[in-house]
Write a protein that binds this ligand. Sequence first.
Ligand code: 5GP
Length: 192
Amino acid sequence: MEKLQELISEDQLKAKVRELAEVISKDYAGKELLVIGVLRGAFIFMADLVRELKVPVTVDFIAVSSYGDTTESSGIVRILKDLDENIEGRHVLLVEDIVDTGLTLKYLYEYLQARDPASLRVCTLLDKPERRKVEFQPDYNGFTIPDYFVVGYGLDCGQRYRNLKGIYVFHPEAQPEITGTGSRSKEGVPEC
Ligand code: 5GP
């Protein structure tokens, strides 16, 4: 665990999920909500969030893969698993783990909007506004964090650490903002 430094505890996450669910439940009072999770990172956050919602909910998932450098320049995201539900005329809440450059969510937002939902909003657990390359503002956000690479609570590094109950800064010694020294790849992802 020496590679990891806790940033957000399990208790803080639980409290924030309840707080977000309360606001979302009020906003959608009297409506039915289709919650769409972006795989794989959002699976734990979404599972906790939907259990706190007080409105009728159905769920679906979409899986995406970025093209690495190509995505950074083009903003094109590959859909690995499309929706099973027809979203036309429905109130859709897209749930994502983190908004970083904004490319993934901007692409997904436009992709879903083209299918004519009654409404479309985005809920993220984390936001790293310092890394934004395209303008994107989530409608609901749990925590705004500095430019750290984080793992846990669904977020991975090389597919590991998703099962951790809190959010951790990965390799704190390699995060320039923490030590003033380390370096990272130009994509901002440390070696896992
Ligand atoms: P964006 O398109 O906004 O740059 O990237 C969003 C995706 O990048 C997230 O869904 C997530 O998979 C990944 N990502 C961005 N920042 C982090 C981070 O700090 N930790 C992890 N594990 N993944 C991240």
